[in-house]
Design a protein around this ligand. Structure first.
Ligand code: GLN
Length: 566
């Protein structure tokens, strides 16, 4: 067992490492803190690599049930990640490499593989130091991949758990080796219990103590709360948590996650962090964030709102609805609405509810309908009924992955008169398998190769000339010129449009608006004689950014604004 102080590979880059932990409750806002800090450092001229460290033994998020974990975000490289990577990309307006997502599963898998390869040359391989060393190695690789000035390492979970302790230990070791290259931000929650009416700091005091017990003295505290934190509480926390009161940042609830960067900027968090590392801003321009915040604020003042329905199945968790499962869809709709200057009211509708109560009752009054991605048979008849309703009533429709496959089935059944059309995902022996498994996927499933084995990540798609889709991409500037143009979008699926039915469905009026460059895989379907009806095999929501909304979402929202009944 060796505790040698190894030479850091990232040393040449002089990368600084900012660790972010959370306390008191989960979902406290570490991800938005990390994303906001990343964009603020980027605005000051620095290259930032945000990394999420998840506690799961799952190698990636792809095999976790969405109700357990929320959205599975997909990166260009095909890594299936936690939704925080989506926030990082949205705030930075950059696509990140796969290496920026770390799980305990990946760390252990690597160590065990190295051990099997005799890379430890007879050493006993132990939880400590080998696990934190492997974590440090991964963080350094993330620094190298982007030649980053800063790695922001968001530690999943809350302090005091067994699961994330070795990420905190990695932070302690790095700090021990060179305390000028790391700092730690703790994000805690200060509740104001209604019965007491006073903001309480004890939970944060306790979580900082837990951190202290792991050898970490946080340098900054980001205090989440309902309202603004007062100086009295700041002074108390400063005294108890061992830091200047100026390093305590108040983070009250705000009307949009996109105003958090401004909140931190006002309290000079980036300058304080840079100063701690002996650095200065190279430039500073956050005008775009100010403009965005003003725009959101003025839209929120609009007296009426346009109702958009998202009809899926992963909404319930006990007595609560879990919008987290489709966070990128929600954000993409918001981005398009902000760009189109329209106030949106999003409603989550379970497709099971549509099955129970019927479309007329459940879907009345919506100006646009989205069916997002999904798996399995539960609720699919409700989705198909929803799509039929959108198609026949001329309501703008956007189908994302499963939503495209369901739209194809709906069209086959009710327009092309293939009464028994379905996907083989639901019915293997179906008479008209208009959606079927991709041959290479079938082989993988037979061998039970479930992990990271779908068609994943960014793939090129050729857009067909003259389609509505082409117009949308041209209008948004995502395509420079019409005709045989190629886009790149992110995928996560095992099933595809069955080419045996291509001609039949096309002659019944379905338009194939995009295919893989070799023409083999259908990527986009749309309908003529409808204000907006588009289904994509890919997930456009993963590439939508607040400063660069996705063309299809823009077109969907703008058509809905035009066709809505007031
Ligand atoms: N279940 C479908 C497939 O695997 C759709 C997947 C999705 O919506 N992401 O092809």
């Amino acid at each position: 067992m060796s505790y040698h102080v190894h030479a850091r590979k990232a040393k040449k880059l002089n990368t600084k490492f900012i660790f972010i932990s959370g306390g008191v409750i989960s979902s406290v806002g570490k991800g938005i803190t990390a994303s906001s800090l990343a964009t603020l450092l980027q605005a000051r001229g620095y290259v930032v690599a945000p990394v999420k460290c998840d506690m799961y033994l799952n190698v990636d998020a792809g095999t976790i049930r969405p109700q357990e974990h929320g959205e599975v975000f997909v990166m260009d490289g095909g890594m299936e990640t936690d939704q925080d990577l989506g926030n990082y990309e949205r705030f930075l307006d950059e696509s990140l490499p796969d290496i920026n997502y770390v799980t305990n599963g990946q760390i252990y898998q690597n160590i065990i593989q190295k051990e099997r390869n005799f890379e430890f040359e007879g050493e006993d391989v132990e939880i400590v130091p080998h696990v934190p060393e492997e974590i440090i190695d991964r963080l350094e690789k993330a620094a190298q991949a982007r030649k980053a000035d800063f790695v922001i390492c968001e530690i999943g979970g809350t302090v005091g758990e067994y699961q994330n302790i070795l990420f905190i230990e990695a932070n302690r070791i790095m700090k021990y080796r060179d305390n000028r290259e790391t700092l730690h931000i703790h994000v805690g929650y200060l509740p104001t219990p209604p019965s007491v009416g006073e903001m309480k700091s004890k939970p944060v005091q306790t979580s900082v103590r837990l951190l202290n017990g792991s050898g970490i003295q946080p340098d900054f505290l980001v205090c989440r709360s309902e309202g603004e934190m007062d100086d009295r509480r700041k002074a108390l926390l400063a005294w108890i948590c061992n830091m200047p009161a100026t390093n305590i940042i108040s983070a009250p609830n705000v009307n949009s996650i996109y105003s958090v960067p401004l909140l931190f900027d006002k309290q000079k968090l980036p300058e304080k962090i840079l100063a701690k590392f002996g650095l200065k801003s190279k430039k500073n321009d956050i005008t775009k964030w100010k403009t965005l915040a003003h725009r959101i604020e003025s839209i929120q003042k609009q007296p009426t709102e346009m109702r958009i329905a998202v009809v899926g199945k992963y909404f319930e968790t006990g007595a609560f609805k879990l919008a987290d499962v489709y966070v990128s869809v929600v954000e993409a709709i918001k981005h398009a609405a902000i760009k189109s200057n329209v106030k949106i009211h999003l409603e989550w509708i379970s497709s099971l509810e549509v099955e129970k109560q019927g479309t007329a009752k459940v879907l009345k009054g919506y100006s646009g309908i989205v069916v997002p991605g999904g798996f399995g048979s539960r609720g699919t008849e409700g989705m198909i009924a929803t799509i039929q309703y959108a198609r026949t009533k001329g309501i703008p429709y956007l189908g994302l992955c499963y939503g495209m496959q369901m739209a194809t089935i709906e069209f086959a059944r009710h327009v092309a008169r293939l009464k028994d059309a379905n996907t083989t995902e639901i019915d293997t022996g179906v008479k008209h398998p208009v959606i079927h498994i991709m041959p290479e996927q079938e082989k993988k499933l037979l061998k039970r190769e479930y992990g990271a084995s779908m068609r994943l990540g960014a793939w090129d798609c050729q857009i067909i000339r003259g389609t509505k889709t082409e117009k949308a991409y041209l209008k948004a500037g995502w395509l420079k010129k019409a005709g045989r143009a190629t886009i790149s979008e992110r995928h996560r699926h095992r099933y595809e449009f069955n080419n045996d039915y291509r001609q039949k469905l096309e002659s019944a009026g379905l338009i194939i608006a995009g295919t893989s460059p070799d023409g083999r895989l259908v990527e986009i379907v749309e309908l003529p004689n409808h204000p907006f009806f588009v289904g994509t095999q890919f997930h456009p929501e993963f590439k939508s950014r607040p400063f660069n909304p996705h063309p299809l979402f823009i077109e969907f929202i703008q058509t809905a604004t035009r066709t809505r009944k007031r």
